[in-house]
Every structure is written in structure tokens, then in C-alpha cells.
Design a protein around this ligand. Structure first.
Ligand code: PRX
Length: 645
């Protein structure tokens, strides 16, 4: 039986929003027993132009989820105007820390409001209207959150595409949601890379995106780039002449706010659609309670805005709470492995939220980069994106947090909009590796494969959620049937997460990872089918199967089994072609770590690849490969094991 290893001190808990386990349990029970009245109280903290007339509609059979029905509000007004009107215009909203240590910039709430209004007018001037889709393909520059909030202000729907995606991946995402405008930048800087070709990639993509009418280009580096005069314009030129007043558009609670693409186990990436009222309420409330945000905190989430963590916990949650939110353009090891801690010291960060993969990379470098910096401002640490193991949890707790900071290991997904399972820092005794207990209003259940709820403690199963919560995604853009099929068909009446989990003898949840063909590489969610598609585009490849294997830093690495075409040699030249093909098709973050050539893949007699066997081989667990008698040709396995890389 694992016992909690960390309990917040009395002083810590005293000032916390939720300050004891009994208090957590009490509020949790209320939220579960009367969700309508619970969420009515929480949603009332936002500024509504018109109050809703029904709290929620929840129909998992048809995938119909609605929150705060017929309410009207504007997200940018809630994140900006409301705070300025309350006298907080002079408070810092956003601190941008550049990749190069001497570069930073901050915006007060008034300044950010002005920028957002100007940008909103620029969008309108370009012809963007309510409901139009706008794609952003940018690195971590302040113009990214500014343009997101500007979209929210006029009711346009943003679709942020992570800046490491390739031109082809960008093209497919733009085409899927038929974006009218693309916002990008000249080139990008990240670590030692001082010239990432953003505009060049954007041009390549836009050559095959008929819906794009205009490209707006932020000057980040000043690198010379080609502008196409009838299509492209500079951000700064348009902003210079834009009017600084733009009234926020009253939006329906269920109007779309954004689309964000994420990977599934099959097919093309899914455009996860989040709407306005429920998403904002959930992002703001979880940010406040889980990070125990108070008005003098300096909050830093190191994620990229190209992923959901950045949307909910750099932009919308913190700004809705009138927080100071730090955004960072760089990487943890540039100019050296102390960079995170330099930034903490420089801006006196109190709440720090990062990914286990970053911690593993930093831990490997020893304690000196941490202990040589002053981290005394820190009072809370958080992690997200993948399971955190005991060694890095202990290092985070003892070396970074000096044993004084609670760690919130937050479990959630692009689809959930906000955190669902998490400790509450002033209340929950912590166990390393456990995301602990459900947040208010969330009812996790463990299911058997055949759809029965597993009761009691000390059990494992498939993680599903009973009942809706305000931040839940509403559909897959353009494919509602896929939405129902993916999330609600496996266990009718429940939302299925795709994760497996264990509930220990004290009811603590441990997320054990994906149970589908989705990998988690350095906290990036990657569909094996997508990587296989990229490999298949390399000349000379007949067939490929991709699985994950445990990787010290990345959490999971990508292991590709590839069958070359007849007459083609499975050599380093082909391996390099494969890597380049994947980079061109998706991006460098999904480059296979290992490639094993094989004359054949293990298949059943009906032609289905047996991934279970490939997984075991990739993991090096070759002594017991289980039943291989159903294979069409069991001898394939022997050579696969022998040739393991
Ligand atoms: O497998 C879970 C893992 O990340 C998946 C969601 O990925 P994505 O949609 O990209 O969102 C990541 C950021 C919210 C989940 O299905 N995951 C996320 N958080 C944790 C986690 N696994 C274990 N522990 C976590 N705290």
C-alpha cells in the first residue's frame, strides 16, 4: 500500500481556496449531487450579456452537449474589458519571455485590450466575420494570444496549428476547417535554431488551400521573406493604422470558440471543437482552484499555445482570472539547463506548470542548474501531459520545490478542455505518480472491456467519465458521427477517454497511459497511423507499423517496423529517406527513434498486423510474446526478435 508522501503545511493550506480533504469531499459531493446549482454559482462569476436559461443538456447517445443554454457573453470581454472596468487595467496580464534571455516584453490588461481591439479591427478589415475560421501558425510570440483573443472578440473561430508542424500538416488542417485567413510570422527562434522557416512553410501550405484569402505576417526576426502582394500583409503595418476600439460581439454560450487538431488512433487528425460559455467557465475555475491562484501570484505554464494546455492555461483560464501569465518562447536548455530557473527568478514566478518530459531532461543534468538559482518565489508546482514517475516527481518536489511546494499532477485531454483529475494543493495528500482525485463535478469510472463499471478500490480498468462537465468538447469539426463513434460508442452513456487507469486501495487514480494506438512522445500526442502514413510516402517503402517503446527522456519513443519494396535495400539511405518523409509529412517532433527493416510484418490470417507482438519486441520484452499461433507465418517473429535495433 502506497502512503501519501507529501501533505501541505498548515500555513500553506490556511490560505488555500480549498484547504482540507474534508472540505474537498464536501464540495465534491455537492457538485456531484446538484450539478445545476453548483455550476450556476461558478458560471455567475463571469460577465454575461444575457443569463442562460438552462444549465446543461447532456445526451451522450447523440453526442449533444450544451452548457448555459441561450446565455450570451464574450470571451475577450471577460478576459480583458471586465478587469479594466474593475480598475485592474494597470495590472500586468502577459509577460513574454523571449528565446534569447535579454528579450522580454510585458502587457498590462489595458495594453492587451488595446492590442486585441486593434487586431480585431484588422481582422474585420480583412473581411473576417463571425463564424469564419482563422488559422494561426506561429511560434510563442505575443501576437498569438492577441490574435486568439481578437478572434474571440469578433466571433471568429481560431485554429492554432503548433509551429513545428510541416507545411503539409498545416495545409491539411487549414483545408479541413476551410480557414479564410492564416496568421504566421517571418521566421521563428527556438533554442539554438534562430531561423525556423515559418513563412516559407506557410507559403507551401497555402499554395494548396483554396479557402485562404489572406495571410497576415508578424515580423519576429526581420529575416527577408517573400510577400505575395495580392495576398499577404504585414501585421505591424495593419496594426499601426487600426482603430483601437472594437466592441465585443455578443456570442451565444454554444457558439464555437476554437478548433484544435489532435491525433486519434485512426485516420486524419480530429478537429476538436470547443464552444464559448462552458469552456471559459471551466478553464477559469480549474485554473483558480487547482493552481490555488491568488491575485498576487505570478503564474507560468511552460506549454506551447499550439496545444490545449496553452489555450486553457496560458491564455483563457489565467486571463479570465485577471492573473499574470508568463509565456515563454524558448526551450529549457537554452542558453543552458538553468533557463527555466532563470526565468522563475527573473519574474519571481510563484506557480509553475510544466511537463514530465522537461523534468526528466533537466534532472539528467544534475542539481547544480537548479540549486545555483534563487527559486524562493515558488509556492506550487504542476505537471501535465503524461504519467510522471517517482524519480522525477521526487526530484521536482525536493530539488525544485525544496520540499515546500505541493505538486499538482493534472490529468486531462484536448477533448476535456480543462483538468479533470488532480490534487487540490491545499487539501490533497500527495502520492508520486498519482493524479489523485476527480475535480469538482467530474465522475471518473473504471470500466471492463465489455462495458461494466468496476466498483471498489485497488482495481484497474479503462477510464471513462460519467456525465458532462462544462469544458467538454462539443463535436469533431465537420464529422459529428466520428465524435459519437470515438467517444461514446465503446461504453454507451459514458465519455471514453482512451486511457487506462488504476484506483489504489485509498481511491487514488493513477493514469497508466493510452490503451489505443496513440503515442505520447515528449508530451506530444501522436497517432501511430499518421506516422505510418508519413513513412509510407517514402520511396521504396512497402509497408510500415509503428509502436511506442519506453524512452528515458521522451517517455515514449517511436519504433518503426518497415518492409521495403521488393528489390529495395533496408539500409541507412532508406532509413534517412523515411525520417525526411515523416518530417515533411508531419514535422520533426514525430521522427522515428528506431527503424527496423523486416521482410514481413506479423499478421493474422486475415491480414491484420499484430501490434501486441511488435510492442513487446520494441520494448525488449521478448521472452514471452504470448500466443503467436494465430499468425499467418509465425516464423516472422523469430527474425523480428533477432534483428531488433
Ligand atoms: O494519455 C493521457 C495523457 O495525455 C493524453 C491527452 O493528450 P492531449 O490531448 O495532447 O492533452 C495533453 C495535455 C492536457 C491523455 O489521454 N495525459 C495527460 N495528462 C496526464 C496524462 N497521463 C498521465 N498523467 C497526466 N497527468
Amino acid at each position: 500500500m502506497t502512503k501519501p508522501v507529501f501533505t501541505p503545511s498548515r500555513e500553506w493550506s490556511e490560505d488555500a481556496h480549498v484547504n482540507s480533504l474534508p472540505q474537498y469531499k464536501l464540495i465534491y459531493r455537492k457538485s456531484k449531487d446538484s450539478p445545476e446549482s453548483f455550476w450556476t454559482g461558478i458560471a455567475g462569476r463571469m460577465e454575461w450579456i444575457k443569463k442562460w436559461d438552462e444549465v446543461k443538456e447532456e445526451d451522450f447517445v447523440n453526442g449533444k452537449i450544451r452548457w448555459f443554454k441561450n446565455g450570451k457573453l464574450n470571451v475577450s470581454a471577460n478576459c480583458l474589458d471586465r478587469h479594466v472596468a474593475e480598475g485592474n487595467g494597470g495590472k500586468t496580464a502577459l509577460i513574454w519571455e523571449g528565446n534569447n534571455p535579454e528579450e522580454d516584453q510585458s502587457f498590462t490588461y489595458s495594453e492587451l485590450l488595446t492590442e486585441v481591439q486593434k487586431c480585431a479591427n484588422v481582422l474585420k478589415g480583412i473581411g473576417i466575420q463571425k463564424g469564419d475560421r482563422v488559422c494561426m501558425y506561429m511560434q510563442m510570440v505575443p501576437q498569438l494570444p492577441i490574435s486568439m483573443l481578437a478572434c474571440a472578440r469578433i466571433g471568429a473561430v481560431h485554429s492554432v496549428v503548433f509551429g513545428a508542424f510541416s507545411a503539409d500538416a498545416l495545409r491539411d488542417r487549414i483545408n479541413d476547417s476551410e480557414c479564410k485567413l492564416l496568421i504566421t510570422q517571418d521566421t521563428g527562434v527556438r533554442g539554438t535554431k534562430q531561423n525556423i522557416p515559418m513563412k516559407i512553410n506557410a507559403d507551401k501550405a497555402v499554395a494548396e488551400t483554396p479557402s485562404i484569402e489572406h495571410v497576415l505576417v508578424v515580423k519576429r526576426t526581420g529575416e527577408t521573406i517573400k510577400m505575395q502582394s495580392d495576398r499577404d500583409s504585414w501585421w505591424h503595418e495593419k496594426m499601426d493604422t487600426a482603430d483601437a476600439v472594437c466592441a465585443p460581439e455578443p456570442m451565444d454560450s454554444e457558439d464555437p470558440l476554437f478548433i484544435l487538431y489532435t491525433s486519434g488512433s485512426t485516420g486524419k487528425p480530429k478537429g476538436v471543437l470547443h464552444t464559448t460559455g462552458g469552456y471559459l467557465v471551466y478553464a477559469a475555475y480549474t485554473h483558480q482552484i487547482i493552481f490555488d491562484y491568488h491575485e498576487d501570484d505570478i503564474y507560468w505554464c511552460t506549454a506551447d499555445i499550439g496545444w490545449i494546455t496553452g489555450h486553457s492555461y496560458i491564455v483563457y483560464g489565467p486571463l479570465a482570472n485577471c492573473a499574470v501569465s508568463v509565456m515563454f518562447e524558448g526551450v529549457p536548455n537554452y542558453p543552458d539547463f538553468g533557463r527555466f530557473w532563470d526565468v522563475v527568478d527573473k519574474h519571481k514566478v510563484t506557480l509553475f506548470y510544466t511537463a514530465p518530459t522537461a523534468l526528466r531532461a533537466l534532472m539528467k543534468e544534475g542539481n547544480e542548474p537548479v540549486t545555483s538559482r534563487d527559486l524562493s518565489s515558488l509556492r506550487l508546482l504542476g505537471t501535465v501531459g503524461e504519467p510522471i514517475k517517482e524519480p522525477e516527481w521526487n526530484w521536482y518536489c525536493n530539488i525544485v520545490g525544496k520540499g515546500n511546494c505541493p505538486i499538482v499532477d493534472t490529468w486531462w485531454q484536448t477533448e476535456t478542455g480543462g483538468i479533470l483529475i488532480t490534487p487540490l494543493p491545499g487539501a490533497t495528500p500527495l502520492k508520486p505518480g498519482s493524479a489523485t482525485f476527480p475535480f469538482f463535478g467530474i465522475e471518473p469510472v473504471l470500466m471492463t472491456e465489455d462495458g461494466h463499471e468496476i466498483e471498489g478500490n485497488d482495481v484497474s480498468g479503462l477510464l471513462a467519465i460519467k456525465h458532462s462537465w462544462p469544458g467538454q468538447m462539443r463535436t469533431i469539426y465537420g464529422d459529428h458521427d466520428r465524435f459519437i463513434e470515438t467517444y461514446f460508442s465503446q461504453f454507451p452513456g459514458y465519455y471514453f477517454t482512451g486511457d487506462g487507469a488504476r484506483r489504489d486501495d485509498e481511491g487514488y487514480y493513477y493514469i497508466t497511459g493510452r490503451v489505443d494506438d496513440v503515442l505520447n512522445v515528449s508530451g506530444h500526442r501522436i497517432g501511430t497511423a499518421e506516422v505510418e502514413g508519413g513513412i509510407g510516402k517514402a520511396d521504396g517503402v512497402a509497408e510500415a507499423a509503428v509502436v511506442g517503446f519506453p524512452h528515458d527522456i521522451k517517455g515514449q519513443g517511436i519504433y518503426a517496423f518497415v518492409t521495403p519494396m521488393t528489390g529495395v535495400d533496408g539500409n541507412e539511405t532508406l532509413a534517412e529517406k523515411i525520417r525526411q518523409s515523416v518530417i515533411a509529412d508531419i514535422g520533426p517532433h514525430v521522427k522515428p527513434d528506431k527503424i527496423q527493416f523486416t521482410p514481413a510484418l506479423p499478421k493474422t490470417r486475415s491480414g491484420k498486423i499484430m501490434r501486441r507482438i511488435l510492442r513487446k519486441i520494441a520494448e525488449g520484452d521478448v521472452d514471452d510474446l504470448g500466443d503467436i499461433s494465430t499468425l499467418a507465418d509465425p516464423s516472422v517473429v523469430e527474425s523480428l526478435v533477432k534483428e531488433r535495433v
